[in-house]
Design a protein around this ligand. Structure first.
Ligand code: XIL
Length: 455
């Protein structure tokens, strides 16, 4: 049902685009270019990945293709909630660990999929609600991200939380019913547990500018403005026989918010357009400098969750299909990631009318979201009538409380009296302008009184 909707929600490729792509498919890659997906993607500063079922790592045809062609992996099922916490508080990492070892032995990065999702929850969580579920979910994020800490390139922290159709709103689920802030709570917990991993929101039916992708776009923009730690957006891209004409423009509008984008679960219905669509998706990613990689959802057609769609790049014997040639050609002719990064559009330009020191002030207020044993505090800094060149906020934490993670500010100290100083992009505030930073901590944080000082 879900897949059918995904297939319907696409737009036919323009005729000229199809022709160009079809011609490219028949060309052999240039002599100097890579001959494997992983080498060609790496030349362009990207990764090319596949979803892996660890049970197949002992099948030689499968593992030979995997190791030759891919330099990134994601567990098809082994890192999901039902697999990693089959009973509450009892964690099982056998499949995930096996995949991580395979990746490390073969020079592959690992995408983590997925910390929280409405589907594939263990039955104990399916039956929970309210604060018991919220606490269990945040604990799950913390435990799993901590276990894999330092080994994951990017985590799908939250998967498929938006509704299909025209509402642009959230999907109903037990997690959504714990409160609209469940997504940001999950991202904060993930950042605290593994500060080195990129944290992604991942969804499907977002292959173009539509109500659902716009709902997600608005959430990401809100998260960035409030300092919620999000680094990337994943576009699953389970595709039918057509591709939205604004597929690339959609990736670009997310990148322009200051997040990376990735194609995370690509597979395409078999048929005349399959190779063209694979080529077009690859070209779109390469044309967006913040599109850091592509993952296909399986290795061979018969490994695919899409049954008889023959949706992947290799046939069941491990032979390359024309879709493979289309992807390789697109990789070999694509744009490398520039060595000098383009200016970050989210960084405000230096303020030429900087106020002199001594004439400025600021105020701060704090809101705290607590659970047993921990909390997240969000601090709002408002510039006084002269604006700020920089600011700091002092807070005294109650005894037993400590800061474990801070975003959009730098903390000095972690318990007792803690000083938070602006980071490079949020120190300069116009008169009355507001910015936010936050921190996560252990213990309980009651009665916090922030004191703001500006320079
Ligand atoms: C699929 C797996 O491929 C199947 O093996 C499993 O039975 C169901 O889930 N979106 C996602 C992926 O985010 O986790 C799903 O994977 C495919 C759709």
């Amino acid at each position: 049902m879900r897949l059918k909707r995904a297939l319907r929600a696409t737009v036919t490729l323009a005729g000229a685009g199809v022709l160009t792509a079809a011609m490219m498919v028949s060309l052999a890659p240039a002599a100097s270019a890579g001959t494997t997906l992983r080498a060609s993607a790496a030349e362009k500063g990207r990764y090319f990945g596949a979803a892996v079922a660890t049970g197949k790592l002992s099948t030689s045809t499968y593992v030979n293709v995997l190791n030759r062609e891919f330099n990134s992996v994601v567990a098809e099922n082994e890192m999901k909630w039902d697999a990693t916490e089959p009973q509450q508080g009892r964690f099982s990492y056998t499949g995930g660990d096996r995949l991580v070892s395979h990746a490390q032995a073969n020079g592959m990065s690992v995408r983590g999929h997925a910390l929280l999702w409405h589907a594939q929850q263990p039955s104990w969580a399916q039956g929970m609600s309210g604060s018991a579920l919220r606490n269990a979910a945040i604990n799950h994020v913390t435990q799993v991200a901590t276990h894999f800490r330092g080994k994951i390139y990017a985590w799908d922290v939250v998967n498929e939380a938006f509704a299909d159709g025209g509402s642009g709103g959230r999907r109903d689920s037990n997690l959504q019913r714990t409160g609209n802030d469940w997504i940001e709570a999950a991202f904060r917990a993930a950042r605290a547990a593994d500060p080195g991993a990129k944290l992604c929101y991942n969804d499907y039916n977002t292959d173009g500018i539509n109500a659902k992708s716009t709902g997600i776009y608005n959430m990401v923009r809100d998260f960035k403005s409030r300092g919620v730690p999000i680094d990337c957006v994943g576009f699953q891209s389970h595709l039918g026989t057509t591709l939205a004409g604004d597929y690339q423009a959609n990736l670009q509008r997310f990148a322009d918010l200051g997040v990376d984008v990735q194609i995370t679960e690509l597979d395409v219905m078999t048929g005349g357009n399959q190779a063209n669509i694979y080529g077009a998706v690859t070209r779109a990613c390469l044309a967006v400098s913040r599109c850091t990689g592509i993952t296909v959802w399986g290795v061979r057609d018969c490994d695919s969750w899409r049954g008889s769609d023959n949706a992947l790049l290799f046939d069941c014997n491990g032979n390359k299909k024309s879709a493979f040639d289309a992807v390789l050609n697109a990789l070999n002719s694509g744009t490398p990631i520039p060595t000098t990064p383009p200016p970050n559009p989210t960084t405000p330009p230096p303020n030429p009318t900087t106020p002199p020191p001594g004439q400025v002030g600021c105020s701060a207020s704090v809101s705290v979201n607590s659970w047993t044993g921990g909390f997240v505090a969000t601090v709002k800094v408002t510039a006084g009538s002269a604006g700020t060149r920089g600011w700091n906020v002092n807070l005294t934490l109650p005894s037993g409380a400590s800061v474990t993670n801070t975003w959009s500010a730098t903390a000095s100290g972690s318990s007792g009296s803690v000083r938070f100083t602006n980071v490079s992009y949020n120190g300069q505030l116009a008169p009355g302008q507001v910015t936010e930073f936050g921190f996560q901590g252990n213990g309980s944080a009651t009665g916090l009184t922030p004191i703001c000082a500006a320079s």
